[in-house]
Design a protein around this ligand. Structure first.
Ligand SMILES: C[S@@+](CC[C@H](N)C(=O)[O-])C[C@H]1O[C@@H](n2cnc3c(N)ncnc32)[C@H](O)[C@@H]1O
Length: 356
């Protein structure tokens, strides 16, 4: 690790210990250094699966088999998962309950103390910046195993909803996404399509949202989920073998908890794909605070910020995802936004503001 001060590294090491336990399939509600106090199930089965879901979301689904074969035939670094290998997926994913607490969105893991208190504080933090009013327009139905929380008369919320509302408001605040004419987004490592679903419902001006991924099962779930949600035609799932069909330009590339789970070689490969296109903004949410680290096959982690900068991007904003200082202390989630802008545009815009 070439960046990060000792306190950050210590916090990161502690988090990594918790992470390893969580990845072994355990929800660690309280961690006492070397003992797991109690465990909880990994999805909320209160809302039954919709008709046909159990039959479709099976390991032997022919579309999943087709995607797996196509991904396995690729020799590109992005198709060689490090963290997202078969054994990780076996321990961390229940296919039909893909919106539970699992590899895609950690809803209960790593939350010290009570999950409902933490979620409530997170809601207060997110609500304080919800200029677009998305907490009143976007809904959470708890389908596919998502843990939901209801407070007073408020509509239910989930980690999926809160993270998405927070990300969309952040992007609106920073780059004016909601008032742009026909913005376009590429989501690399899109998971089951969480942000595509939310952003396409939140922003009527969105002209295109392309989801891609290096892992076949993620593409399979993304296709299933976005079709189930009946998203507009502007949303597309682009399997990795079809990466050449991506557009020539995007307003924004988003990468939420994804590059952190890829090798440096895969990240460089994706940065090359971005570099081939006209992309002004790049949002990265890493898994490690204060530093952008990859996950290599041997478990080591390498700093990839120089590669992002080397591809012509400059960091224009870096801040905690949850921004109310006193609430963040209690929430104990230390995710951060890293917003990059293509340096040629960033330089010309700072030159013009200096001269005006
Ligand atoms: C923690 S999930 C995050 C999903 C989504 N971005 C979200 O925030 O809901 C990590 C994602 O990275 C994807 N991923 C893993 N290795 C990848 C690779 N080599 N290239 C692209 N995506 C990859 C996984 O398939 C998964 O969709």
């Amino acid at each position: 690790m070439s960046r990060g001060n000792p306190a950050q590294v210590k916090a990161w090491a502690k988090r990594r210990l918790q992470t390893r336990l969580a990845r072994a399939g355990y929800l660690v509600s309280r961690l006492d250094e070397d003992s797991v106090r109690y465990l909880e199930p990994s999805y909320n089965g209160d809302v039954p699966l919709p008709a046909g879901a159990e039959e479709a979301l099976k390991a032997d689904n022919p579309r999943l088999a087709e995607l797996r074969t196509a991904y396995e035939a690729l020799t590109w670094p992005a198709a060689a998962p490090t963290q997202w290998n078969e054994s990780f997926l076996k321990k961390n994913l229940s296919l039909a309950w893909f919106r539970g607490d699992n590899a895609y969105v950690w809803q209960l893991r790593l939350q010290r103390g009570s999950a409902d208190a933490t979620t409530y504080l997170t809601l207060l933090d997110v609500q304080s910046r919800d200029k677009l009013g998305l907490l009143t327009t976007l809904e959470e139905d708890g389908l596919f195993g998502a843990w939901t929380f209801t407070f007073g008369d408020r509509p239910p919320v989930s980690r999926d909803l809160l993270d998405s509302v927070n990300e969309i408001n952040y992007l609106d605040d920073q780059i004016g996404l909601s008032s742009m004419e026909a913005p376009t987004v590429l989501d690399i490592g899109a998971g089951y399509g969480r942000l595509a679903h939310r952003m396409s419902a939140a922003l009527p001006n969105l002209a295109r949202y392309d989801c891609t991924d290096g892992v076949a099962v993620s593409t399979f779930l993304c296709e299933y989920y976005l079709s189930y949600r009946n998203v507009p035609d502007s949303v597309r799932v682009v399997p990795l073998p079809d990466v050449d069909t991506l557009a020539d330009s995007y307003t924004l590339v988003v990468n939420v908890h994804s590059f952190s789970e890829c090798s440096l070689e895969a990240i460089r490969w994706w940065m090359d794909r971005i570099g081939e296109r006209d992309v002004e903004w790049l949002l990265i949410v890493p898994n490690t605070p204060g530093v952008l680290l990859s996950t290599e096959a041997d478990g080591s982690r390498l700093d990839f910020q120089p590669d992002v900068e080397g591809a012509g991007y400059v960091l224009v904003d870096h801040r905690p995802v949850f921004q109310t200082d006193e609430l963040r202390e209690l929430i104990s989630l230390d995710d951060e936004f890293y917003l990059f802008r293509r340096s040629s545009v960033a330089d010309s815009s700072s030159a013009s503001s200096a001269s005006s």
